[in-house]
Structure formats: structure tokens, C-alpha cells
Design a protein around this ligand. Sequence first.
Ligand code: SF4
Length: 722
Amino acid sequence: MKVDRRSFLSFVIGGAAGTALSPLPWKLMDDSSIWSQMWPWTPVPPDGEVVYEDSTCSLCPGGCGITVRKIDNRAVKIEGKPGHPVNDGGICILGLSGLQMLYGPTRIKAPMKRMGERGAGKWQKISWDEALGMLTEKLTAIREREEAHTVAAIAGSDQGTVPALLARFMAAFGSPNFIRTPSYQDTDELAVGTLFGEAGRTGFDLENADYILSFGSGIADGWGSPVRMIKACSLWKEKRVPVVQVDPRLSNSAAKATRWVPITPGTEADLALGIAAVMIAKNLVGSGAVSGLGGIKNTLLTDYAPEKVSLSTGVSVEAIVEIAKDFARANRPLALCGRGKAQSPESLRETAAVYLLNGLTGNVNQEGGMWAIAPADYIQWPEVARDKAASAGLRQPRFDGAGSGQYANARHLLQRLPDGLNGNGPYPIQVLMVADANPCHSLHDAAAFKAALDKIPFIVSFSSFNDETAAMADLLLPDHVYLERYADVPVAAGLPSQTIGLSKPVVSPQFNTRHLGETLINLAQAVGGSVAESFPWKNYETCLQETLADKWDVLMQKGVWVDDDFATAGSSLQMAALDTPAVEIEGDAGTFPLLLMPYDSIRISSGYIGDTPFMIKTVADTVIKGKDGFVEINPQTAGEMGLSEGDLATLTTPRGEAPVRVHLFEGIKPGVIAMAKGLGHTAYDGFLADKGINVNELIGPVEDPSSGLDAAWGIRAKLAKA
Ligand code: SF4
């Protein structure tokens, strides 16, 4: 059956994001589910016994509960699980189309070794024994030479037992180089540590707040736990909670808000500090939650007076004062930050400024406010055993420099890898292992990252999918997908609770894949010695069961474990963190007169996982049309440049250039242009590959001087008619 995008879009009334903001009608859910299966590879369900299995979706950090309808061992539909504390029956478009991850053409179906040139796509299927034997031989030889530190691992997460096993493998092997992909989690942890003086993360009591002030957070575009956010938006509408969205463009979130505040991109911290200054000047500060305010009070009052802030942000003095008064006078106001889906780090200055607003309300660690939550501590394994080779390797510095010197405040700095590989690193990297991450597409300056991989002699990918980074590997050891395996799913995405979900194997593995946890245990045992000693478990399931201990039974019965009585990470904000420098945007304004900013859409998956075929069909033809990607531009700016709707143009930044089509959009500030994230794939399948431009290839990393985290939110650019 041919699926035509136009007819599909008219069918999905209002699009998935729009419909999801009101309770999704069950009939439409049914129809969408059917549509998500009408693809050539989808198995036709035979007649058979119908059963329902509960599990947890782990396609994003949201951690929604799901119910999978099966006919015999064939999954035919995924729904949100009613009553689940995260999503209560709701589901997003990615979760809904998860079956396409299971049965779709992008799966890597067996272990494979590279044949021919790297990246040429020529592979030979091999057995698991041969694949693990190849890797073990390389790793053992490196260890024997006491060069264990030259092995690195990139992971898409450090939450849960599977990433913890990979981190443990690296430590037992003797490498300090377990590196997580960048995320807003980096900045959030840094801000909590700096402001509260204790390790932790934030949680937001969205459901009990009575005023929302969002600094670019995609509250209706996939921020935090996306389905929870969609439900919160509906709740706010029902309860008439004012929602103010500060955003340089009229995003879906801005369109759904009570008030949209267009702002010059990159000046969000100024606005937050300007609002704080008004609150202080007008004596609208709550008591108790902020210490050290005296030291910065005068700076705030003089440097961030509304008149000054208005000049830098483009927000009027009246608007700044009005928002400050409304925010301060609400009973339970809440300020949010983390742009778009919060998939990238931000400057400590901006995050600290927004968290300061929460502190000024006096509503920290209170109902309806921002919570500082101590780290989850359920993974309690014995220290790894260290032999001579491990001790020698662990004495070496980290390859990315995180945790020492000028980068003492950062835990992971993946964006520094290309520079290190190109000659500026402390040593060469001989083996790279990649799990649940696709840095060749998702990292800023992705092309430079991909090119630098040439310097690594052996790359192993554990990806379940044929993504851009797997395409550059020498050995593929494919993981099961989430519907085929057990895994704990700690949900940290802004939830004011300690919540763990359990993914269960709702169907048998479809292909010759292996659980990554199992692969790591096998690998450790094959390497032997103290590495094997550190992995005493018979298999991953035993490890998971032992680790979850008394939570296991609850998780097996209910699918989710929730602790509302969690430990907090301090209660009073220290204001020292505000004394941090701003992040400068890359590019010279003379050569590059425009500001290019990427934006997130709930219809486009922009992290490790690419869009499903179903999702890509829902993307509007002002974002991609055929293979062409569009750049949004204000009609006034376009007019000045002689550009009209649909024109072909060349977009150039200091990092690269790309052919784009022009889309005139009144909802973006003059001088600013925007492109959707998550497009321009070269791998995956024919439904996703070669559609649009990967905006990450046009933007370079920009280090936050406070931490070294890549806090780039855009780049300067120019546009010329082609
Ligand atoms: S929001 Fe995330 S976890 Fe929830 S259904 Fe969608 S992809 Fe899955």
C-alpha cells in the first residue's frame, strides 16, 4: 500500500503533536496504530490468541509505561499504559510507532564484520563466537601491552544497569574513557552541584504549579518526559494556569502558551536575571530559599535593570516588569530551562539564572516548585577488581580531559574527541566501542567527528540500527531492541520523584542479536583475570534481578517503582554560580549576518534514534519536501535578501555549507533563521536517509567557559540565493 504524506497529514487531524495535547481519541489511536503497521515488511498478524503485555518504553528518556497487544508472539499495537505515574495512558508518535523499530528495515540482524573500505557498507555476517573472539583478541593484546587506557567507550546514557555495566567494563579493563554523549543532564547536574553544593538533579512539580515561565523549553515539543509534558499542557489549559514561553521563534510550545515572548536568541540568561532584578527591587522575593543574595544584589540591580535587559534581549521593559510581578505573585510559580527537547548542554550562567528565579520564589523543594533530588543509588556493586594493567590504565588522564584542569567541572566532553584524535590528545585511541549513541549524526560538527574516526584502528558498534556511527564501525555486535529485552529504565527527565520502569521482553528476539548487558558479561569473562572477577553474574537477567533486589518484585508486578519520599540535594541555593561568563556564539557578524538556530519537533527524533518511517511521513512539507530541507526566515529578512518562498539557497556557516529551500515564517525574529534537528541522515533506511540537512554539520561546539561543556545553541550564518 502506498502511503502518501499529504493524505496522511490530512488524516492525522492537527498532527500527532497537536492531537496529543488533548486526550487522544481511542479511534484515532487505533487508526494511527494500523497506519503505523501498513508497511511492506510488517508481518501480517495471523489468527491467534490475543494477549497484552506491559513494559516500559525507552526510546527517549521519558520512561512511559506501555501495553503491547500481541497475537501469538507477534506485537501488533503499542498503547500508553493507563494509570502509569509518568504517562497515564498517553503515548507519543515515536512510542506509538515503536513496532517499526522492532520489525523495520533498519535493524542490524546479526553480528557482522566489515569487508572493504570503512563506511562502504560491505559486511559479512559472522557468528557471535567469532565476533566476540575478534574483539577479545584485540582487547587482550592491548591489555598485555599495558595500554588499556587507549580503549574508549561512548554511551548514550549513564542511567541504569546497562550503561553502568559498560562503565564497569571500562574501569575493570583499565580505561578512564567511558564517555557519555552530551545532554542537558550535564548542565543540570553541574547547576545543582554548584547551586546546592550537593550532587543531584532537578525535578519539577509541573502538575501543581500555577504559573509556568519557560525559557525555550519545548514543553509541547518533547522536553523532559514528553507525554507527561503533553498531559501537563492539557492540565494547565484546564486549570487556566498562565504559561509564558520565551522563545526566539513561534515554536509549537510558544503557540500553545498563554503568552509568547520573542527574544533575541542567546540572551535568555539576561532576561532571567532582569526578572530577578525586578523581583528584588520590588521586594517580591520569597524567604529562605536563597543564600548569598546580598553579594550579588547590587550587581543584579545595576547590570540587569529592565532598561538594560530590554536592549540586549529585545523584550520590552513593560513585559519584563509585568512577567516579574506575575511570576512573583503566583502561589507556586515554576521557571524551566533546557532548550527544545533539552538534548544539549547549556551555559551554566543561563541555567543558574533560571534556577535562581525558582529560588527567589521561596518554593524550592516544595509542592508546585523545583526540587533538587539526590542521585538514584540502587546500583550498589562491589568495587571493581584491579590488576596491574587496570591500575596502570586508570592512572592515565581521560582522553577528553573531563574532570581535571580547566575542565574540572565536567564529567564528559565528547565534543573534544575529534581534536584529541587529530593530534592534540594525550595518547592515541586504539579501540572505540559505541553503545546507544550516534555521534556521527547527533554531535555538533558531526562531519568532523566522523572524519576523526579515521584515526581509530578498530571501532565496535553495539547499535541495534544501521545508524551513521554503526556504518563507520569495523565490527557490529547488535543489541536487542527495547521490546525484546529486560532493562531498568530510571526516569530522571524532570520528574519530582525517584522512578524506575522495567522494560520486559514482550516478544522473542526477532534476529540474531544479543542483549548488550549479556555481551558485556560475555566479553569480561572472555578477557578473564580481574576483569572477569568484576563480572560475577551468570547472565544479565541475574545481574538485574540482584541489583534491583527488593524492587524486582514490584517492578515485575507493576512495571514501575516510585519513591516520592526521596532524599533532596540541599534546600538553599548559593548564588556564587551566577558569577559565570556568557557563551559567545561562533562566527563573525560582518561575514555572517544571520543567526542560525536549530529547533526540535516532537515529530522528528533527534537523538540516538532516527525517525520511524511513520513519523517521517508526518513532517510538514515546509520542513522537508522530497529530499529538500527548509530553513525558516522572517519575510522581512528574506525580502531584504531577495529571497521568496521555496527558493533554493546556499546556507553557509563557519563550519560548512548546504543547499536549502527557503520557508518564509512570520513567527521568527528578523535576522534569525532556523532549521529542524534530526534530519539529513545518510544511514538508516530509504524512508529516512537523504532527507533534509543535518543542522549539526553546520554548527560547531562552543565551550562554556565555566565547564567546557558544549553549550552551542546556534551559529552565525549567511544565506544566498542559489
Ligand atoms: S515520550 Fe519517550 S518514553 Fe514516552 S512513549 Fe514517547 S518515546 Fe516512549
